[in-house]
Design a protein around this ligand. Structure first.
Ligand code: TXA
Ligand code: MG
Length: 318
């Protein structure tokens, strides 16, 4: 069984020695290794059972570290960094040759972000390393927001760092930055409107350009139980215990064995913060299936619906 520790110094030593550490960020837990140690990074893929075509995010503590990672540091990048870092924004741009290919899955770009979580920042400071880290879940499964979630999915992992817990609750917004313009590759807490306030010149229409982010699979973030969107589930039956992931007030609550309400007053940020926690509780309960109520697709609701659609994909009519 993996151990949950509070000693950030020890965790930093492990990172320096080329070992893996799961650590909290403001979004979800990450599974980290020294980004410039290709063997250590290979262990991340093995531990998560993650396909090697899916590139990782490199976490940094200071803007000055960007020089080690990106070929070009232009005004647009610095503006974004100033407004959104530390925080849940990941920027993809052309990479330095010295960044190991395994980090970027052989692409000529690399994804970078500066986390706001105090424990993550302390780990970055004490180790003195850039830390490559995907979410600390087994590939395709629910993202973890507590040390116990990590332990459940990766029991063989040596070290899980306890500390300030994630607050945002879903993964960072991922954008590709090219010649001062951005494209959203994965929606998150920071929305297109937020980004356009900082880079108003950017054309974000991507109608003609199929997005290339190898990690963007249709099925992802799935609980180990069948899950459906409300209205798309098999006919209701009393033989099966149904769990309900609710956003608004629940109609006919007696139909459900367990109800997880994401927000009591329709607050989408609160819903995001509770999203994976609630799904982990439903997964761990004795329900046979999970039904999820769609949330409004505005602001961070876009990111929540992105996760919900991927969670139900394998059970939906395609
Ligand atoms: O909030 C987060 O972003 C968390 C915490 C731990 O930082 N990390 C996370 O990592 O969600 P992961 O590996 O689960 O998701 C990274 C996403 C994937 O969709 C991947 O395809 C995309 O970022 N990505 C990484 N490098 C890329 C690149 N060079 N080009 C395009 N997409 C990239
Ligand atoms: Mg992930």
């Amino acid at each position: 069984m993996s151990s949950i520790i509070n000693d950030t110094k020890l965790a930093a030593k492990l990172i320096e020695n080329g070992e893996l550490v799961a650590f909290p960020t403001e979004t979800v837990y990450g599974l980290g290794a020294d980004a410039f140690n290709a063997e250590a990074v290979a262990q991340i893929f093995a531990t998560k059972e993650r396909p090697t075509f899916n590139p990782l995010i490199v976490h940094i503590r200071e803007v000055s570290e960007l020089e080690k990672l990106f070929v070009e540091i232009d005004d647009a990048l610095l503006k974004l960094a100033e407004h959104f870092w530390p925080g849940p924004l990941t920027i993809v741009a052309k990479k330095q040759k010295s960044v190991p290919d395994i980090v970027s899955a052989g692409l000529d770009t690399v994804a970078v972000r500066m986390p706001a979580n105090q424990t993550a920042r302390e780990l970055l400071k004490l180790s003195g390393k850039c830390i490559a880290a995907p979410s600390a879940n087994r590939f395709g499964m629910l993202s973890p927001t507590t040390p116990e979630h990590v332990q459940k999915q990766l029991p063989g992992l040596k070290c899980i760092l306890n500390g300030e817990l994630p607050k945002v609750g879903i993964e960072s917004t991922v954008i590709e930055l090219c010649q001062g313009e951005f494209k959203i590759l994965r929606p998150g807490f920071i929305t297109e409107q937020d980004l356009l306030k900082v880079l108003p010149q950017s054309k974000t229409t991507e109608a003609n350009s199929p997005i290339k982010s190898p990690g963007l699979l249709k099925s992802h973030y799935s609980p180990r139980k069948p899950m459906y969107l409300l209205g798309k589930a098999p006919e209701y039956s009393t033989d099966k215990k149904t769990g309900f992931l609710a956003f608004s007030e629940v109609q006919e609550p007696e139909k459900y064995h367990l109800i997880e309400r994401l927000s009591s007053n329709g607050d989408l940020s609160e819903a995001a913060a509770n999203f994976f926690e609630a799904l982990h509780r439903l997964e761990d309960s004795d329900v046979d299936l999970i039904i999820a109520e769609p949330v409004p697709e505005t602001g961070i609701g876009i990111a929540i619906m992105d996760r919900l659609k991927k969670a139900v994909y394998q059970y939906s009519d395609k």
